[in-house]
Write a protein that binds this ligand. Sequence first.
Ligand SMILES: [Zn+2]
Length: 150
Amino acid sequence: MNFKDQFVASGYDSLHPILKSLLEAVDRWSRQYDSKPITLTDTLSNPDRDKELGRVSAAHSEGRAADIRTNDMSKDKLIAMLAYFNEKHAHLGYMSFSGTRRLMLYKSNPPHIHMAIGLDVIEKNKGKYPAWKFPQHRKVKDGISKRQDG
Ligand SMILES: [Zn+2]
């Protein structure tokens, strides 16, 4: 698995363990498909950054979403990947705007796959991962939250 940059790599550890194991499965699938690893273009975010990016969902700030680069994939690979993981692991996904439960969603601008697990999935599996906590984002005085670096 590759990372777009150091910021994306450093956020990986804060992701929920279920999401990390799914990303590892996608990476294995990808390397079996055409010998190429996946590249993550986003992992953990923070509310300030989400706002700048115009995101409506807090999934990245909550450590339950990651983005996968697609402009290094063939169209066939992209379709096969989405079909396989959405079908096999839909029960772990989240409700998309279309009202269907999806683990992976293709987004066109910029082109990437958004992969996210549902808040209900985290709640349901709480007992299995007692050490995992939602990432904390420091509140600053103007009321905007910031990712805690320390
Ligand atoms: Zn995303």
